[in-house]
Design a binder for this molecule. Structure first.
Ligand code: ATP
Ligand code: MG
Length: 878
């Protein structure tokens, strides 16, 4: 069975059991501060389990892109080393939200695996939760009894809390689970060792393929378990592992999901992926691991970029950058790939997975370009790092030391991304060892530092009032009478703030690029300020520095509406500029990020060259036209996603759209957006772009301002212009006047230079005329009114045309005096004259000091009247 068909069969099966098939949510999470990446199929349904959102479909199935590289689920170190853990993988899942429970979940899982996929029942084992006395949890007898109807009792194994109690993170929904494992070993080996003894023992061919989670509890901050209002089913089956089982392979990488990538890497490196007993062939093992790491990582990187997450210096972007660098290092170190190669795998990947995930094809060029740039810059870092290691080793060698200090190893690791074994390899070339212990210490210290910096302490919710959903009324109102339904305390770096949830709220929570509202709530004359508003798990959190003294009561909630109005100007302008960019630059322009505040707007988009000043002007003109056309806001608050698509609404990859969306239309601009907009475009007043630049390969950024800020900006520019005009005595044509001035200036400059040359030439002739013979030496001396540079020039000219001379010129410039001595080389050699020493003596006459080389020296002083004496003294000396 081809992998494409395996995926289709899964979804079709659950559709036949009344499940609604939904698309994968984005892999990069944008609105949940507790999670950077989707790490399980259930993430997007978290608020349904917690009861924060209304349930629309009781049964759902999908294939979810997951990434397990950080936080509670982090498989990064296993990836490539083993053959069945990936960074990015697809999780096939079926869900029941308060509908069916264990019985159907177990029955259908079994039916699909054995009837539809026809897996050999003799190779399957299941595990159930054995209970845990410390948590007061009993053995899951219900699951055991249900499994007995399908599978022999000796294939039902007990599992402990670590394996059979599923938790998404430190807090949140959780419950006991039942896993299905498969034994893929050869008949011979299965005869030798009973598969049941290898379940959950990290055997590469006896592995878990499916986990059925019975969601029953919410894990609280104090670690207690509180039962959920209703029970749910959450299952996750590893698509790549299933493909391995169904395609008769013993490694995920041997399936049709990875083989094309592995083949391409073989092509690029000229090496072979060898299916050998890796324990016995160390070199083949290393090459195989490197190829697996690269085949795996390219997927994580490409899918993240398609989801709108570019590699960067912090947060999710940094995680992606690290994955990319890890892949490059393996290629560089083991496969001898010394030029960008990851970007060359993108077409293969798009070819392989583009049908199921069209974003890969649509954004292929951008993905390739971004990866290529990242690779180039990392290769540069690697080169610099290599030089650094060499230098460190050479220095140590010179000092007779034989060990590279731990801090140096850490610096290479931290700054240049050098893995310790690579540093070790290079150090070996210098017959040196590494201070492993010192390195570990430095690493540990850094971890502690960053842990401290990121430490957040969040208390459990204090519930004041039971309430179902917290409605947002902010599209229609900026005020409302609300209750506080719950609150909690959050401490970050010793600073404590409070997050409040209301019965309903006019406050817009940060989202869609737009900043959160600020304002206050008031009760009995006491105002509590709200300094930010954000969304988490579908709850709108209002941030306050203090709690109100009285918590129970009807508060008047008031949004800072002046600030919000300015923000809405910028938000609507963002839509207009998006449309204008597509008109002026082309349809390839796609939004890659935005920031909308009350002060300005920022818009990032895909485009492969600089936006020219003419194009900027066209975009500005278009936006201003749309502003003046005074388009009224056409808002459809609830429209099915499909209908919105038909209406021509722009949709972005990496955005998680609900089935029913809000559609915002101004003239020809139609977008799906939850933000706050102007009632009609003329409110925006003026639109002005103040910056254009690049943020990453293939991504440009525009910064712009609107309304009063734009007026202010334009007025400032006009002021500057007016003062320039005034300075130039109000010419009719300012540009021409400046141009003329510059031209005149450069003409004058040329003239001055010519004159100076002339003057110096005259001075030189004059000086030479006064030369006299003293003891066979040509003594050239003069007192002149020239600048230092001209005298030096003359001195060197004379050096070029005369022999056996002694040149001394005293020059002055107002109160400043200068002496310059030049002596021909033959005199320096034969007579041992030294200009530097001589001038030090003579400088006294002009009240200063100086020095220089044997043939040339200068001195400066404050007494021009002493020049004559200095010249006489020189003459006497000779
Ligand atoms: P394992 O113990 O093998 O790491 P797990 O207990 O972490 O698995 P779950 O969190 O229950 O796995 O995820 C559900 C399913 O997703 C697993 O049964 C497995 O098939 C698949 N899966 C989990 N982690 C990975 C991964 N890193 N790469 C590929 N598939 C995975
Ligand atoms: Mg795991």
């Amino acid at each position: 069975m081809k992998s494409v068909d395996i995926r289709k069969a899964f979804l079709a099966f659950f559709e036949s059991k009344g499940h609604k098939v939904v698309p994968s949510a984005p892999m990069v999470i944008k609105d949940d501060p507790t999670l950077m990446f989707t790490n399980a199929g259930m993430n997007q349904f978290k608020d349904l389990f917690l009861g924060n959102s209304a349930i629309k479909d009781l049964r759902v199935a999908n294939s979810q892109k997951c990434l397990r590289v950080s936080g509670k689920h982090n498989d990064l170190e296993e990836v490539g080393v083993d053959t069945y853990h990936h960074t990015m993988f697809e999780m096939l899942g079926n869900w029941s939200f308060g509908d069916y429970f264990k019985e159907e979940a177990i029955e259908w899982a079994w039916e699909l695996l054995t009837d539809i996929y026809k897996l050999d029942k003799d190779r399957l084992y299941v595990t159930v939760f054995e209970g845990d006395s410390s948590e007061n949890l009993k053995v899951d007898q219900e699951a055991i009894d249900l499994w007995k109807q399908h599978i022999a009792e000796d294939r039902i194994l007990m599992g402990n809390k670590k394996d059979n109690f599923w938790e998404m993170g430190d807090v949140g929904p959780c419950g006991p689970c039942s896993e299905i494992h498969i034994d893929l070993r050869s008949a011979e080996e299965r005869m030798k060792t009973d598969g049941a003894t290898l379940v959950n023992m990290d055997h590469p061919q006896v592995i878990e393929i499916w986990n059925l989670v019975f969601m029953q509890y919410n894990r609280m901050k104090d670690q207690s378990l509180v039962p959920l209002k209703s029970t749910h089913i959450d299952t996750g089956m590893g698509f790549e592992r299933l493909a391995m089982a169904l395609q008769g392979k013993t490694s995920n990488y041997d399936t049709d999901i990875f083989m094309p990538l592995i083949n391409k890497i073989e092509d690029l490196s000229g090496l072979n992926y060898k299916p050998v007993d890796e324990d016995k062939h160390k070199q083949a093992l290393e090459i195989n691991i490197a190829m697996r790491v690269i085949a795996d990582h390219i997927r994580a990187i490409a899918f993240s970029i398609a989801d709108g997450q570019l590699p960067s210096n912090n947060g999710a972007g940094y995680v992606i950058r690290r994955i990319l660098r890890r892949a490059v290092r393996y290629g560089y170190q083991t496969l001898n790939l010394k030029e960008p190669f990851l970007c060359r795998l993108v077409p293969t990947l798009a070819n392989q997975m583009g049908e199921a995930f069209p974003e890969l094809n649509n954004q292929k060029m951008l993905i390739e370009k971004v990866i290529r740039e990242e690779e180039i810059s990392f290769f540069r870092t690697l080169e610099t790092g290599l030089k650094r290691i060499d230098q460190i080793c050479i220095n140590l060698n010179a000092e007779g030391k034989k060990e590279v200090p731990g801090e140096a190893v850490f610096e290479l690791y931290d700054t240049y991304g050098f893995p310790v074994d690579l540093t070790n390899l290079i150090a070996q070339g210098y017959e040196m060892t590494l201070d492993q212990e010192g390195f570990e210490k430095a690493l540990e210290e850094q971890k502690n530092r960053s842990r401290k910096a990121a430490e957040t302490d969040t208390s459990d919710w204090v519930v004041l009032k039971e309430d179902d959903a917290e409605e947002f009324i902010g599209y229609d109102y900026t005020e409302g009478d609300v209750y506080i339904t719950r609150y909690r305390e959050v401490t970050v770096k010793d600073k404590t703030i409070y997050q409040l949830v209301f019965s309903y709220t006019p406050f817009y929570p940060e989202g869609g690029g737009q900043i959160g509202d600020t304002g206050y709530i008031e009760l009995d004359g006491e105002k509590t300020f709200i300094f930010d508003t954000k969304k988490e798990n579908n709850l709108i959190l209002h941030f306050a520095k203090e709690l109100p003294k009285v918590l129970n009561g009807r508060f008047k909630a008031v949004v800072n509406s002046a600030k919000r109005k300015l923000t809405s100007n910028n938000h609507t302008a963002t839509h207009l500029v998006h449309a204008a960019l597509r008109t002026v630059l082309g349809e390839h322009v796609e939004q890659k990020g935005s920031l909308v505040t009350d002060k300005s707007l920022r818009f990032d988009f895909s485009h492969f060259s600089k936006v020219t000043p003419e194009e900027i002007k066209q975009v500005e003109d278009l936006v201003n036209q749309e502003i003046r056309a005074n388009h009224e806001l056409e808002e459809t608050r609830q429209i099915p996603l499909e209908k919105a698509r038909e209406a021509g609404a722009m949709m972005l990859f990496g955005e998680k759209y609900a089935d029913v969306v809000r559609m915002i239309k101004f003239g020809d601009s139609i977008e799906l957006c939850g933000g706050i907009h102007v009632p009609s475009t003329s409110q925006i007043g003026t639109f002005k772009i103040i910056n254009e630049g690049s943020v990453a390969a293939g991504i440009r950024r525009i910064e712009a301002i609107t309304s009063e800020a734009a007026d202010q900006y334009i007025n400032d520019q006009l002021d500057t212009l007016a003062s320039a005009k005034e300075t130039l005595k109000n010419p009719k044509d300012l540009t021409k006047a400046i141009h003329d001035l510059l031209e005149q200036n450069s003409k004058l400059q040329k003239e001055v230079e010519a004159l100076k040359k002339e003057q110096a030439k005259g001075a030189k002739d004059e000086i030479l005329k006064n030369a006299k013979e003293i003891n066979g030496i040509k003594f050239i001396s003069a007192k002149v009114a020239l600048d230092a540079a001209s005298v030096k020039d003359i001195a060197y000219q004379i050096k070029g045309q005369e022999d056996s001379f002694f040149f001394i010129v005293g020059s002055y410039d107002g109160p400043k005096a200068m002496l310059t001595i030049m002596i021909s080389d033959d005199l320096v050699k034969e007579k041992g004259l030294h200009a530097g020493n001589i001038i030090r003596e003579l400088a006294k006459e002009i009240g200063g000091g100086g020095g220089g080389q044997p043939f040339f020296a200068t001195a400066g002083g404050k007494n021009p009247d002493g020049i004559e004496n200095a010249l006489t003294k020189a003459e006497e000396l000779l």
